[in-house]
Structures are given as structure tokens and as C-alpha cells.
Design a binder for this molecule. Structure first.
Ligand SMILES: Cc1ncc(COP(=O)(O)O)c(C=O)c1O
Length: 370
């Protein structure tokens, strides 16, 4: 192929990817975020966890890396972490797959189970990676709206299933609505859906129950989890999923690069699980702060906050979305713009931050909204 021909082909390919929407929505970079805690910026846009002090996490990281030899490819570190996760989730290690964040595992799952022209189904609104992962396979994603009270429309989901529908993604608790779906409904869906059901439990530690025990009965169920939320490790990109052993083996060995996760993250992940009490304590604090935050938001005129089973809160304002968002930014409070959620307009999402962060959000909203 002549060079110019090759380049034309490359450009066609890139255009196709754009048309196919297989693009991640870039996270908007916000200036001046280094050292945000000292600068008193309430960074509440990405559901990160600030309840484990950075110094403490650093201590654990240094301990974990004492015998690190970065010249080597990861060796036993993956197995060690799998054993620790196995203990944490009470499933044999053969059921566990470790990945470079929950996102990467969702992509691996889509890669394994979806082909061009096939379909996946999910709820709306929900986490955007499902769309990205499905588009990457050149499959189609059907979105079935939640009911006005954010509950699942189980009939709606199942009535949209066709012979082409291979994967069903459920985020529970759901991002951005923050509610957890009924376990009976997840059971019914796992039993009725003629393909693979993926339950994304990124926020499960902040919720009431897990769908994972259902895997013992329904081999078509995969539960995806992350170290980014309850374990405060978003920057090290570590996630895992729990699946039937045959599925787990192919997800680990078949549709995975040879060394998907770096040695540092593997070692730190294991160290975190050795110190699980510290993280459980932080989760308890987040739950308590969450209840206070929901109440304080609801006490502001012109603001309505929804209940949450996650480490973030969805709220709506009477004032226009962009005005509220920009006014918060001016006051050094960063939240996530969501927009319309079913019948609710001007919705924003805020991480449950440290008490001073939440106070800053509340004070700012009181000024802006009431
Ligand atoms: C529902 C949900 N799933 C998965 C993820 C991604 O997790 P990770 O950081 O492990 O890729 C997020 C991140 O915000 C999320 O909200």
C-alpha cells in the first residue's frame, strides 16, 4: 500500500470510530487541583474517597512496596491478591478476575460476549462505560429508562430482549441515581435473561447487600467491583470481577493482555485487604456523612437531594444547571453536572466528601440557590 493510501485508510478507520461513538467522554481537566486539600478545594466530582488520610495510605503503599523489584514482570503478585480478594468476597480464587480498574474489566466482558451487530441492554440513566464498551465491539446498546422513582422497569428490560441481545448491564447501586435495585429483581433478571448479566457493584460497600452470592446459582451472572471507591485507590487503577470459574478463566487468560495490572497496584491491593478494618471504618464514616449531607441539602430552599446507597449524592436544583455548576466552581466547589434525570431537571452529583468539603458545598448552595 502506498503511504498516502495507508494514511487514507487510517483516517477512514478513525472516522468510523468517531461515528461509532467509541470515544470516552474526556474528564474535564480543572486547573489548580494539585494539592487541592491544602488549597481548600472541595473536589466532589468523581466519587473519590478522601476518608483514608493520604499519609496513612502512603504508609501502606511504602510497606507494600518494600520488596518490589520493578525490573521483573509481575509474578506471584496476582495470585496473592486473588487469594486476598477471595477471602474478602468469600468466593474461591478461581472465581476472581483482576483487572486494570472496573472499566477495563467491563471492556473485557464486552469483548468476550459481544460481536458486531449484536446487542446489549442497560438502564437509563447509568454509568457511561457500558456504552463505550459496547460501541467498541460495534454492537448496539439499548437503554431502558428507570421508573420515575428510580426503580427498575424489569418488564421493560426483558421485553426489549431479542435473539441478538447477549449482555445486560445493571449498575447497582446505580451511578448517577445512587439507589440499589431490589435483590429479587436482580435474581429474576438473572434467571430470565438469555445471556450474560453484568452487575456493576462499584459502590457496593456503601450499600445494603451484594448480588454476588447469586453467582452460585446463576452462572450467567458476573459481578464487577473496584478498588477506586471504598478503598480510595482510584489513581492505581485496580478492579476485579467475580464470575463462574469457566468465564473467569477466559476473562483472565483469553481476552486479557499478558500482564494487565502492574505490580505496584497488585501489591498495594493485597496490603489494603490485609488492613481491611481501616477501610471499613472509613466506609462507616462516609455513610454517616452521607446521611447528614442528604439532610443538609434537603434543608436548602430550591434543592432536592435523593437518598443514596453510594459515596455520592444526586440532587436537583430549581436554578439552571450551568449557573449552579459555575457558581459552585467560582466558590472552589467541584461537582459533576448530570442534567436531566428522568422527570428531574438540573441534576448534579456530589461526592460525599470530608466534613469541611460538604460544609463548603452546603454553604455555597445556600448562597446560590435560596
Ligand atoms: C458504576 C461505576 N462502575 C465502574 C467505575 C469505574 O471504576 P474503576 O475506577 O475501577 O475503573 C465507576 C467509576 O466511577 C463507576 O461509577
Amino acid at each position: 500500500m502506498l503511504k498516502s493510501q495507508a494514511w487514507k485508510w487510517v483516517k477512514r478507520k478513525l472516522k468510523m470510530m468517531r461515528l461509532n461513538q467509541a470515544f470516552k467522554e474526556p474528564y474535564k481537566r480543572i486547573e489548580g487541583l494539585s494539592n487541592f486539600e491544602n488549597q481548600k478545594v472541595a473536589k466532589l466530582n468523581l466519587n473519590e474517597n478522601f476518608f483514608i488520610p493520604r499519609e496513612k495510605l502512603f504508609e501502606l503503599i511504602i510497606e507494600a512496596l518494600e520488596d518490589l523489584d520493578p525490573r521483573l514482570y509481575p509474578q506471584d503478585e496476582g495470585e496473592t491478591l486473588r487469594d486476598k480478594i477471595s477471602e474478602y468476597v468469600d468466593f474461591p480464587a478461581d472465581n476472581i478476575v483482576i483487572g486494570n480498574g472496573g472499566d477495563e474489566l467491563l471492556e473485557r466482558i464486552a469483548h468476550l460476549f459481544l460481536e458486531k451487530g449484536e446487542q446489549a441492554i442497560t438502564i437509563s440513566p447509568t454509568f457511561s462505560t457500558y456504552r463505550f464498551a459496547v460501541n467498541l465491539q460495534r454492537a448496539k446498546l439499548i437503554e431502558v429508562p428507570l421508573r420515575e422513582d428510580f426503580s427498575l422497569d424489569v418488564d421493560g428490560l426483558l421485553s426489549n430482549v431479542t435473539p441478538k441481545t447477549k449482555v445486560l448491564f445493571l449498575c447497582s447501586p446505580n451511578n448517577p441515581t445512587a439507589n440499589q435495585f431490589e435483590i429479587d429483581e436482580i435474581t429474576f433478571i438473572s434467571e430470565s435473561f438469555p445471556g450474560v448479566v453484568v452487575v456493576d457493584e462499584a459502590y457496593v460497600e456503601f450499600a445494603d447487600y451484594s448480588a454476588a452470592p447469586l453467582i452460585k446459582k446463576y452462572e450467567n451472572l458476573i459481578v464487577v467491583r473496584t478498588f477506586s471507591k471504598a478503598f480510595g485507590l482510584a489513581g492505581l487503577r485496580l478492579g476485579y470481577c467475580i464470575a463462574d470459574t469457566e468465564i473467569a478463566r477466559v476473562l483472565s487468560e483469553g481476552v486479557s493482555p499478558p500482564f494487565p495490572v502492574n505490580m505496584v497496584s497488585l501489591k498495594v491491593g493485597a496490603k489494603i485487604l490485609e488492613n481491611i478494618a481501616l477501610f471499613k471504618e472509613a466506609v462507616l464514616k462516609i455513610r454517616k456523612e452521607r446521611e447528614k449531607l442528604v439532610k443538609a441539602l434537603n434543608d436548602i430552599n430550591g434543592v432536592k437531594a435523593f437518598d443514596s446507597k453510594t459515596n455520592f449524592v444526586l440532587f436537583k436544583t430549581e436554578k439552571p444547571l450551568d449557573d449552579v455548576y459555575n457558581s459552585l466552581l467560582q466558590r472552589r466547589v467541584i461537582v459533576r453536572k448530570i442534567g436531566d434525570v428522568l422527570g428531574f431537571q438540573n441534576c448534579l452529583r456530589a461526592t460525599v466528601g470530608l466534613p469541611w468539603m460538604n460544609a463548603k458545598l452546603i454553604d455555597a448552595l445556600r448562597e446560590i440557590c435560596s
